[in-house]
Design a protein around this ligand. Structure first.
Ligand SMILES: *Cc1c(COP(=O)(O)O)cnc(C)c1O
Length: 414
């Protein structure tokens, strides 16, 4: 048996949508991208959505739309993928990293409040594994700190406080208190990268809540300009007979979604409720199987007020250290089971060390990281395979010594 970590789930529906696009004579941004945007906005419950080539682009363009840059500060979690923070650097603002709470994958909300200064323009909470952050608390904090806020653009003035930009790369489809991810934060960015729940190969989208006094069409237009060279007309409008002329209003970026990508998304969209349900069923089966094993703690995905998108199955090996966890991962690999770690905190990476971050300042994130293992979870997984994974993990944890066998494992892995 070989158990991959998260292969894409592509059916004939996606394949036929792609073929349809390829045969249609229009393969870049066009009707399919616009339809996917409409579907996403309807699904999450916003007025509009914009599809782009990644979640990273969605976050970066949102910061640019807001006019965040030099002299500004943006806060995100130390416990995330680099994209949540690198976009802050890209726009020229200062990255502020906050430690996680004790035994939590989310930011410590007290420390978040303390990290706010008059230069803070945005907070990027991260919905780890598809479980949404505590947005009520986050909004309470930005309202409490409203008097510190110093807007420097018209849009910032209209919003009138620190902007909450959700990194919802994992949480498409998640629900918190009856509201879908995408309709809770001021802006929300989704990833449709190949390993994510909902995929377009590469891709992403941004949604936003209506802002009183601001026209949604205007925000949409700004995203179009930012993502397509600052060009006043997209490629499809330019193909209209006799309609060649366009203007470049500023030197913009290039990160639009193509109709080929969007057609994969349109196929995924039709199947997404079943895909989410399958994830729920697998997670509940994992929870049940793992409940018989001592000294492991699993992340809760479903509760009274919330339902995650079931993106990642995170397990903590209680009382264990980084070295032990790494050995477990190698032993799992030896048994042909792919696992992962979500995440190595940003201050442990060279780029963030070079920016002056030190993991010693993030003890809670380190203690989450050191004994975390992410088990395979994808929509082609079977209950039999879940049993196999849990049995393998259990037998590895039962072993008192791995002397000798480590050598084999290393040979196997290399
Ligand atoms: C995947 C991921 C991203 C980046 O998504 P892209 O679409 O690849 O840009 C950002 N944040 C988190 C937490 C992610 O897992």
């Amino acid at each position: 048996m070989h158990i991959p970590f998260s292969p894409p789930d592509i059916s004939d529906i996606e394949i036929n949508e792609v073929i349809d696009t390829l045969k249609s004579g229009w393969i870049t941004t066009g009707p399919k991208t616009k339809l996917l945007e409409k579907n996403i906005a309807e699904y999450v419950g916003t007025s509009k959505a914009v599809c782009l080539n990644s979640a990273t682009a969605a976050m970066e363009l949102t910061l640019r739309l807001l006019g965040i840059g030099e002299g500004d500060e943006v806060i995100t979690s130390a416990y995330t993928y680099t994209a949540s923070a690198s976009v802050i650097q890209h726009v020229g603002a200062r990255i502020v990293l906050v430690d996680t709470g004790v035994n939590s994958y989310q930011m410590d909300y007290e420390q978040l409040e303390k990290a706010i200064t008059p230069n803070t323009k945005a907070i990027i909470p991260v919905d780890i594994a598809g479980v949404m952050c505590d947005y009520e608390t986050i909004f309470d904090i930005v309202h409490r700190k409203q008097s510190l806020f110093r807007p420097s653009t018209d849009l910032q003035k209209e919003i009138g406080r620190i902007v909450v930009l959700a990194d919802a790369a994992h949480s498409f489809g998640a629900v918190l208190k009856g509201k879908r991810s995408g309709s809770i934060a001021d802006f929300t960015s989704f990833s449709f990268h190949a390993v994510k729940n909902f995929t377009t190969g590469e891709g992403g989208a941004v949604t936003w809540r209506d802002i009183p006094g601001v026209d949604n069409e205007e925000i949409y237009k700004q995203f179009m300009l930012l993502s397509l060279h600052g060009q006043s007309k997209d490629a499809l409008s330019k193909t209209k007979l006799g309609s060649w002329e366009y203007d470049i209003v500023y030197p913009g970026y290039k990160c639009n979604m193509t109709d080929i990508m969007a057609s994969i998304g349109l196929g995924q969209f039709q199947r997404y409720p079943q895909l989410l349900e399958k994830r729920r069923q697998l997670i509940q089966f994992y929870d049940k199987e793992l409940s018989h094993i001592g000294d492991v703690e699993v992340l809760r995905h479903y509760g009274q007020n919330f339902s995650s998108s079931g993106h990642l199955y995170l397990v903590r090996l209680l009382g264990k250290d980084e070295e032990y966890r790494n050995k477990v991962i190698k032993q799992m690999a030896w048994k042909n089971i792919s696992t992962n770690v979500h995440y190595k905190p940003l201050p442990m990476h060279t780029a963030y060390k070079n920016l002056g971050f030190d993991i010693c300042d993030y003890p809670n994130a380190f203690s989450m990281y050191q004994n975390e293992v992410t088990l395979p979870l994808h929509t082609q997984l079977t209950n039999e395979e879940v049993k196999y994974v849990v049995k393998a993990l259990n037998s590895i944890l039962q072993e008192s010594t791995w002397k000798g066998r480590d050598i084999n494992v290393l040979e196997r892995v290399e």
